[in-house]
Write a protein that binds this ligand. Structure first.
Ligand code: DX5
Ligand code: ZN
Length: 217
C-alpha cells in the first residue's frame, strides 16, 4: 500500500478552513487537531466545527484528540462525521472499551502515544485498534522539529504489529517534511501527518505528491 499523506489543518488559515480543505483534495485524509487546553497547553476547535468540516471536506477527517477524559468525549467525534478518531493512551481510563465503542460507531480507531510514552504496555490493545499514532514532537503546536529519538519507537511499534500478524497502521505526527519522511517510512510508518510542510508550501498539491513519493521510495 502506498504511503498515506494527511495534512494537518492546524497549519491552515482558520478563517478559511473550507478553502484550505479544498487545497488538500489530493491528500488521503485531513488531519484535525482537537486540543482542550488541559491535555496540551493549546486550544483549537471542538465538535461544532468538526461537524461542519466533515460536511465540506473533500477527504475524510482523521481527528486527533489531544483532550483529557477521552472516554467521555471521543464517541461524539465519531457521530460528528469523522472517518478516524484517535485518542491519547495517556488520556483514556478504559482504552479497550473506548476502542470498541468507537469501532461500533463505524470509525477507524487510533491510539496516540506522547514521545515519552512507551508502546510496550499497549501491545495487547493492538487488535482492538486500526492505527497507532507515534507522536514525533510534544503534542500541542505545529512547526516543531522532529524528535529523532522517537524513531526506535516507530520501529518497535511496527515490529509488534507484524509479530501479532495485524495490519494496523502506524502514523507519525510532528516534524514530518521532505528531509525526515524517508527515514520515518524506513522505520515502519505508513501514515504521515504534515502541517507546516504542506500548508507552508507554495504548491500544496505538489508538496503532498513529493512527500508521498519520498515515503514510497
Ligand atoms: C501537534 C499536532 C500536529 C501538528 C503537526 O500537536 O498534533 O498534527 O499539526 O505540525 P507539523 O507538521 O508542522 O509538525
Ligand atoms: Zn496531530
Amino acid at each position: 500500500m502506498s504511503a498515506l499523506i494527511n495534512p494537518s489543518i492546524l497549519s491552515a488559515d482558520f478563517a478559511n478552513l473550507e478553502r484550505d480543505l479544498a487545497r488538500i483534495a489530493t491528500a488521503d485524509w485531513a488531519h484535525v487537531d482537537v486540543m482542550d487546553n488541559h491535555f496540551v497547553p493549546n486550544l483549537t476547535i471542538g465538535l461544532p466545527v468538526v461537524r461542519r468540516l466533515a460536511q465540506v471536506s473533500p477527504v475524510p477527517l482523521d481527528v486527533h484528540l489531544m483532550i483529557d477524559d477521552a472516554d467521555r468525549w471521543a464517541p461524539a467525534f465519531a457521530e460528528a462525521g469523522a472517518g478516524s478518531v484517535t485518542f491519547h493512551a495517556e488520556a483514556a481510563q478504559a482504552p479497550v472499551r473506548l476502542a470498541r465503542e468507537l469501532r461500533s460507531a463505524g470509525v477507524r480507531v487510533g491510539v496516540a502515544l506522547r514521545p515519552a510514552t512507551p508502546v510496550e504496555p499497549f501491545v495487547d490493545l493492538l487488535a482492538e485498534i486500526d492505527m497507532v499514532l507515534v507522536m514525533t514532537v510534544e503534542p500541542g503546536f505545529g512547526g516543531q522539529s522532529f524528535i529523532e529519538g522517537t524513531l526506535p519507537k516507530v520501529r518497535r511499534t511496527r515490529a509488534a504489529i507484524d509479530a501479532a500478524g495485524l495490519d494496523t497502521w502506524v502514523q507519525v505526527d510532528g516534524g514530518v517534511a521532505r528531509d525526515t519522511i524517508g527515514r520515518i517510512a524506513a522505520a515502519g510508518a505508513n501514515v504521515f501527518v504534515a502541517g507546516s510542510a504542506v500548508y507552508g508550501a507554495d504548491d500544496v498539491a505538489g508538496e503532498i505528491e513529493a512527500l508521498r513519493a519520498l515515503a514510497d521510495a
